[in-house]
Design a protein around this ligand. Structure first.
Ligand SMILES: [Zn+2]
Length: 126
């Protein structure tokens, strides 16, 4: 947080502007829960910037799922736009769920690993 008033005002103005653009005062990454407004970005799961549906992601997760979107099949030249949009949305959603799945395994394994420590602190009580 900047120390002098001018920089603090500028910081607060940028923060409020960003929160307004994100549409919430409490932005969070849908994958990891990061809530630092400076790194939260809007992601378009169906790859089309004009689509209204956005998911908030931190910069790292936004980059990962955007990279995965580049691996999606390309649309035929004369594609039905509705079907193509739904298909891209489903693939984009699957990309995010894959990241969330990795996180679920990581958290589950960490909890099981720590459960022995907690049992020890509780005097071996179950
Ligand atoms: Zn994240």
């Amino acid at each position: 947080m900047p120390k002098n008033n001018s920089k603090r005002d500028d910081y607060e103005r940028r923060k409020q502007s960003r929160l307004h653009k994100l549409g919430t005062n409490n932005p969070r990454c849908a994958v990891c829960g990061n809530s630092d407004w400076r790194v939260i970005e809007e992601h378009h799961p169906d790859t089309r910037k004009r689509d209204r549906l956005v998911v908030l992601l931190c910069s790292n997760h936004h980059r990962l799922v955007t990279y995965d979107q580049k691996e999606h099949p390309s649309e035929p030249q004369q594609a039905d736009q509705t079907l193509a949009s739904i298909g891209n949305f489903l693939l984009g959603l699957a990309d995010m769920l894959a990241l969330i799945l990795e996180r679920l395994y990581e958290y589950g394994e960490a909890l099981i690993a720590r459960s022995g420590d907690v049992a020890h602190l509780n005097g071996g009580r179950k």
